[in-house]
Design a protein around this ligand. Structure first.
Ligand code: ADP
Length: 460
């Protein structure tokens, strides 16, 4: 009972049964009404005929005896005896009656239109009227014929309904099964996919109906899962690879010191320097990985009004201290206050400045500036360099995790996490990063963020 096929079938059969029941009852009542109306008409006609026939003899009540109440002409009946007639005097004495009645007396005092009542052990339609001279006529018509017909009709309708329901259950089951067959296919493929590999897909066949869309959505979900799974694997592989190099350095120098370097001050000096460098590389990578994990979990941003112009000035000063072969300058700066978490935004901006210095040529220049967008809704802080630029084919990938450009240029300079972190930080602030690059002439990265006033205005 838990399968959709059965549930559909049962619903279908239940609804059909209800429809058949309502139709059957309606047909039965219409038929009954028609039959009773017809019978009532016959009874009224018989009353009228007796009234007409007896009017000339009203002077003498005894004359009522001579009326032939069994005359088929009178009752307009083809079978005599199906209508009973009786004429009574005002005192209730029976003056004349149909032969079929024998000594029985029909409700002698009743005057009125046809009503259903019980007489002589059966259901009848009874009507009565006054005749000339105060006499009364009663006409009764047994309803056994109608009752039998209606009983048969009810039986036939009941059987038909039962047959209809059996057919509906069988037909409904076949139709529901056929309609849901593609779902079985879907389930089978989905099971195989989960037990074998993520690269399998459901074959898209048939009309573009709901099931087609379901299969399509399922395939798209698998695409995303597979992609996520693969990038997870790549991520772990890349992170382990990057950690292995400094670890190897550490291991070889500890071995060197252990074996024979402890007493040689030159070896100790070299080892300590190399090990410190390796540790700081690991520290940087672990910090980046930690930040990445935090960004994925949704960083707890504490946004405050942050003046971009001041941030640009401070960053240029700090970068100037570190950069040895590259000049870092403050470019055109407009006053712009944005809503941002200072710690995170500094890290994003630093990733851009760090790249602009790292990938520049000796004697190159890095310019940091701030401008407010024309729409007065956002402001941008840009970092421009006149380094080698980025190849057009590389541009779409530079924001990917662990993506490093041309090995000849980027070897050993970074882990390929800087830009992806910067983008995640900026997007978490509701902003975006734009990049323009001209190979041979330099690149320009811009962080666009909503202005603080704009934020305050939308919050109202
Ligand atoms: P990394 O930590 O290796 O610098 P990023 O994610 O910051 O990683 O950058 C990815 C790649 O984009 C770099 O390896 C480099 O090839 C390229 N790139 C980024 N910024 C610049 C730039 N200012 N000039 C030239 N190439 C750049």
């Amino acid at each position: 009972m838990r399968s959709i096929t059965w549930r559909l079938t049962l619903w279908y059969a239940a609804i059909l049964m209800a429809i058949l029941f309502i139709c059957g009852v309606a047909a039965f009542w219409v038929m009954r009404h028609l039959l009773l109306t017809e019978a009532a008409r016959e009874v009224e006609a018989a009353v009228a005929a007796v009234q007409k026939l007896t009017s000339p003899v009203h002077e003498n009540r005894e004359e009522f005896n001579h009326v032939d109440l069994d005359d088929p002409e009178l009752t307009a009946q083809d079978e005599s005896g199906t209508i009973w007639l009786q004429i009574t005097a005002p005192d209730g004495r029976v003056l004349n009656s149909s032969r079929a009645l024998g000594n029985d007396v029909l409700a002698p005092g009743y005057i009125g239109p046809p009503v259903i009542t019980r007489l002589r052990g059966q259901k009848v339609l009874l009507a009565g009227a006054e005749l000339a001279g105060g006499a009364l006529v009663q006409v009764a018509r047994p309803l056994s014929r109608e009752e039998n017909f209606l009983k048969t009709l009810a039986g036939v309708l009941g059987l038909l309904a039962l047959g209809g329901v059996v057919l509906a259950v069988a037909g409904g089951w076949v139709i529901a099964r056929a309609a849901l067959r593609p779902v079985q296919g879907l389930i089978r493929t989905a099971r195989q996919i989960s037990t074998t590999d993520l690269s399998r897909r459901i074959a898209l066949r048939g009309p573009r109906d709901e099931l087609y869309t379901l299969a399509q959505t399922f395939n798209q979900m698998l695409d995303r899962l597979e992609q996520g799974f693969r990038s997870q694997q790549e991520f772990v592989a890349a992170a382990s690879h990057d950690l292995r190099t400094p670890l190897t350095v550490l291991k070889s120098y500890t071995g060197l010191l252990n074996r024979w370097g402890k007493d040689d001050p030159a070896v100790v000096e070299e080892s300590v320097q190399a090990m410190t460098k390796a540790v700081s590389v690991m520290e940087r990578l672990v910090n980046d990985l930690l930040l990445l994990a935090r960004m994925q979990a949704g960083p707890p941003l504490r946004t405050t009004p942050l003046p971009l112009d001041e941030l640009a000035g401070e960053t240029v000063q700090e970068a100037g201290v570190i950069a040895k072969e590259v000049t870092v300058k403050l470019g055109p700066v407009e006053r712009a206050v944005v809503a941002a978490d200072e710690y995170y935004l500094r890290r994003a901006l630093w990733a851009l400045v760090d790249n602009a210095i790292k990938y520049n040529r000796p004697g190159g220049e890095v310019v940091v500036g701030v401008s407010v967008a024309e729409n007065k809704r956002e402001a941008g802080i840009f970092v421009a360099d006149n380094g080698p630029g980025i190849d057009e084919r590389e541009l779409p990938r530079i924001f990917d995790r662990f993506y490093r450009g041309d090995p000849s240029r980027s070897q050993g300079k970074g882990f390929g996490l800087g830009l992806s972190l910067a983008r995640e930080i900026v997007e978490a602030h509701g902003g975006r990063i734009l990049v323009e690059s001209h190979p041979g002439r330099g690149s320009r990265f811009t962080i666009l963020l909503p202005l603080w006033q704009q934020e305050a205005m939308t919050a109202q």
